[in-house]
Design a protein around this ligand. Structure first.
Ligand code: ZN
Length: 339
């Protein structure tokens, strides 16, 4: 199905106020990648939280003048090809606007590597607003949502590339005014577009507060991914958020944290909540401003070490499939999850 026709199906269904009708019309829900929409069954093995490029310079100075796109491609492509060779099909790039999001570059890398790559709309409010544009401080949640909805309808920057999710970032709870505004804007955007929400979240309290705000806006927490849930060490909070319907994303897998990630997953499994867990590595990336992009962490640790360790830890093949294929697919499907 062509992109335009897919969008018409989505838009019609969304404006009709029903769960996005793509599933009824086409047999499955849709996913939006930087190279266009795909049927969700095509996603395959998915890394739900990684980065290809990040620029930490701040919203005031960030922009394409800061890097040479050719050099970024040359540096990142071998890592993406290596990932593809391991059997990964889809990578979600979680770099938001004002932190180095460049969707044209992602599209080139997707075509060159053969991976589906998914980008995002939204703003990152953590780190005291360093990555927020000035207007984010004065505009309302409703106005912010309009920018994000516009990216979904008309494309990101000057391209026709559309976001596949909403990515925001909030500090530790209790949430400040800006944090609350961002999750509110995400709720409003979700209700218009069916895009699911990834929120970089400071701690468990901030996760629970965001869930309450979503519910106040009649958004079902199934639309919400609690990003960096591993930073909350109290496993009870993981359970509490999952029982409210949220996705619990343990996304910092590396050699230093592997054991802890497995323990968190075992706890979720014991409580019958593995259906709401996601795993990823938050790895990569080309660091803008550093010599040849600085230290680029490969994306393949999860294949080489983590999955074999999960199996040794008692996770069945079916459970690994759930974590790496089925849960990401269900979580990223474009559909309105309204209460
Ligand atoms: Zn990240």
């Amino acid at each position: 199905m062509k992109r335009r026709a897919f969008l018409e199906v989505l838009t019609k269904s969304v404006s009709a106020g029903m769960t996005v009708g793509w599933s009824r019309l086409e047999g499955s829900a849709g996913i939006m990648t930087v190279t266009g929409p795909i049927e969700h069954g095509k996603m395959g093995f998915t890394l739900i939280h990684e980065h290809i490029m990040v620029d930490f310079v701040g919203a005031g100075e960030v922009g394409p003048h800061r890097y040479d796109a050719r050099q970024v491609i040359d540096r990142a492509l071998p890592f993406l090809s290596q990932l593809k060779n391991e059997g990964c099909k889809t990578l979600v790039d979680c770099t938001p606007a004002f932190l180095g999001r460049d969707v044209a570059l992602l599209k080139q890398l997707s075509e060159a590597s053969g991976l589906y790559i998914i980008s995002n709309t939204g703003f990152y409010g953590a780190v005291e607003g360093k990555y927020l544009p000035g207007f984010a401080f004065t505009e309302s949640a409703d106005q912010l949502a309009k920018h994000w909805i516009n990216e979904w309808k008309n494309g990101i920057d000057d391209t026709d590339i559309l976001p596949g999710l909403i990515k925001i970032g909030v500090n530790r709870g209790p949430l400040n005014t800006m944090d609350r505004k961002l999750i509110e804007a995400a709720a409003l955007t979700h209700l218009e577009t069916g895009l699911s929400i990834s929120s970089h979240t400071g701690n468990g309290l901030a996760a629970l507060e965001q869930i309450i705000i979503l519910e106040e806006h009649k958004v079902n927490p199934r639309a919400f991914r609690w990003v960096h849930a591993q930073n909350e060490k109290d496993k009870e909070v993981h359970l509490e958020a999952a029982r409210k319907g949220a996705w619990i994303e343990f996304d910092g897998i590396s050699e230093n944290s592997m054991e802890e990630h497995i323990q968190f997953l075992l706890n979720m499994k014991e409580h019958g909540l593995l259906d709401q867990c996601l795993v990823s590595q938050d790895s990569g990336w080309y660091h803008v401003g550093e010599e040849n992009g600085g230290n680029f962490r490969p994306y393949t640790y999860i294949f080489e070490v983590f999955i074999p360790e999960l199996k040794k830890g008692g996770f069945s093949k079916k459970e690994v499939r759930k974590l790496m294929i089925e849960n990401p697919r269900r979580s990223l499907e474009i559909m309105i999850r309204a209460n």
